[in-house]
Design a protein around this ligand. Sequence first.
Ligand code: SAM
Ligand code: CA
Length: 277
Amino acid sequence: MVSTTLISNPSASEATITSATPNGEINGAADHSNGVHVSKGPGRHQTVGHKSLLKSDDLYQYILETSVYPRENKALKGLREMTSKHPWNLMTTSPDEGQFLMMLLKLMNAKNTIELGVYTGYSLLSTALALPEDGKIIAMDINRKNFDLGYPFMEQAGVAHKIDFREGPGLDTLDALLLEKKNHGFFDFIFVDADKDNYSNYHERLMKLIKIGGMIGYDNTLWNGAVVAADDEVLPKYVRYYKDYVCNINRVLASDPRIEISQVPISDGITLCRRIL
Ligand code: SAM
Ligand code: CA
């Protein structure tokens, strides 16, 4: 089990980070909520939850202002602004990653998807917007309250009918899905953004649920760059704790012959895995 000084929330992921991180580190989460450049000094985009491994904040801000905010769906913008005021806001998917997911889903013609780790739903709403009218997302999270906060924006966008939210631990919900044969090899896309210490446990289950040719995306696989930190490097406690789990899933994915992979360094890193066997 994880130490309680590290985890004040059972969601062992970025949720943990938020509750364990001094406010100073997460204040920046609201900096780009309205698309206006607000300079708050260096590093505001570069904490784990804050979505940029790029060489400068200004470069990231440039991407947001030039390519992302001007095209962001109105309901997504509303959800982002609401989420920026939530105390755990550093967990949210960044808008540039949301835009990337939408592009990917459309290119794949994805229709049936799973999301593990919803929070207030930025990646979920992005997915729902990218799916066709009869598309479906089974969305899993142990915390329904945060999903409920985001739900009105999904209704506003006219995509709530695509979302099937299931409250509870991801492993249990996946095991329930696996009991039905029809779910095996059924899903086009699965986005994994829940408890990082369970990623390798999720992987074996998800390999049964994803179709051959389908894609699983594991999020935060660069873990704020900490995957290459030396053993004696000083890291925030939460970064240090999850580093080994993230490094482990990276090894597991790199050596799995059933998939082709691409490590995409957007946001905090997403590893795309296409099932081939
Ligand atoms: N994708 C979300 C977004 O776009 O805002 C962010 C997800 S957040 C990083 C991680 C989520 O995983 C939290 O909402 C947390 O409650 C959930 N979580 C943590 N442990 C979980 C578990 N064992 N099963 C399901 N969800 C879990
Ligand atoms: Ca994430």
